[in-house]
Design a protein around this ligand. Structure first.
Ligand code: NAP
Length: 278
């Protein structure tokens, strides 16, 4: 059973989420039912992935097949950078809901805190909470200075931020800031793309043997024990059952401290590629 997190606004989200970027219809039609069958209820989408419509269709199909109602599944989508320039968040929410074919989105993020636009647009997103068509809002890819500027200007903070986070990038200061301000942190690329350096890390392999788990399970468990919500991606149906089985063991404090030593502030996804001026 996948545990849950309660956000600062009282909304509840599952503690693990399934990513959908670079997934076409065929892949989504395989991955989403496999994830649902393994117990996942939370899916991450974005305007920039160009597949909100396909994600919505695959999710509705899987819900129908498994008898799940809309309130039992959760979906994130994100406003694309290019759309921030239009400064019309209501239009972007309409557009995403129309694509998803849903009445509301559980978590709505700005994909990047786009300079000159993100503060006004975030204020608009906060106003749209009252409509019930969005349950919680947040930012992907912020630094502390973005959150501070947002708070100083508007008095608002996100319910959730989504950032690149894995054993090689642990951003402790940002996590402390979020803890202090009751912002839920979600981790994208939580397995660091399972690059060889992570897959064969002597420490993670040793811990896998110690706990009788795979390296992927050790890393996902580490995230959840830090209070983080991992958003992982897989194209393989078998991974979902594996990645759901992280709630039957606990990494001891010493092992959590040893994983902390792997931090090297390594960023897999270059920031300037996505958001000039960021
Ligand atoms: N907000 C943003 O700017 C942003 C940026 C990037 C990503 N994201 C979101 O985060 C999601 C995930 O990120 P990601 O794909 O970059 O990285 P990731 O989840 O860290 O890595 C994906 C890789 O891990 C492998 N994998 C998954 N479970 C495994 C396991 N138990 N053992 C071994 N390998 C495993 C997958 O291989 P298989 O396919 O073989 O299982 C895949 O190659 C995306 O889908 C997207 O929704 C958000």
């Amino acid at each position: 059973m996948i545990s849950t997190y309660r956000l600062s606004n009282g909304a509840v989200l599952p503690s693990l989420c399934v990513g959908t970027n670079r997934m076409d219809r065929q892949l989504l039609d395989a991955v989403i039912p496999a994830a649902i069958n393994a117990g996942f209820r939370f899916f991450d989408s974005a305007q920039a992935y160009g597949n909100e419509g396909l994600v919505g269709a695959a999710l509705r199909g899987a819900m129908e097949a498994s008898g799940l109602t809309r309130s039992e599944v959760f979906i994130t989508t994100k406003v694309d950078n290019s759309k921030q320039i239009g400064r019309d968040m209501r239009k972007e929410l309409d557009r995403s809901l129309q694509q998803l074919q849903m009445d509301y989105v559980d978590l709505w993020l700005q994909h990047w805190p786009y300079p000159d636009y993100f503060i006004d647009n975030f204020r608009q997103m906060a106003d749209l909470l009252a409509s019930g068509r969005v349950k919680s809002i947040g930012l992907a890819n912020p630094r502390i200075r973005h959150l501070q500027e947002l708070y100083d200007t508007t008095g608002l903070l996100p319910q959730v931020i989504q950032i690149e986070l894995h054993p090689f990038r642990q951003v402790p200061e940002l996590l402390s800031f979020c803890k202090m301000h009751k912002i839920q942190v979600a981790a994208y690329s939580p397995l660091c793309f399972m690059i060889d350096r992570l897959k064969h890390s002597p420490l993670l392999v040793e811990l896998g043997c110690k706990y009788g788990k795979s390296v992927g399970q050790i890393v996902l468990r580490w995230h959840v024990q830090r209070g983080v919500l991992p958003v992982f991606r897989s194209e393989k149906a078998t991974r979902f059952a594996e990645n759901a089985k992280i709630f039957d063991f606990v990494l001891d404090e010493d092992d959590m401290n040893r994983i902390a030593t792997l931090d090297e502030d390594y960023k897999f996804i270059p920031e300037s590629l996505h958001c000039p001026g960021y």
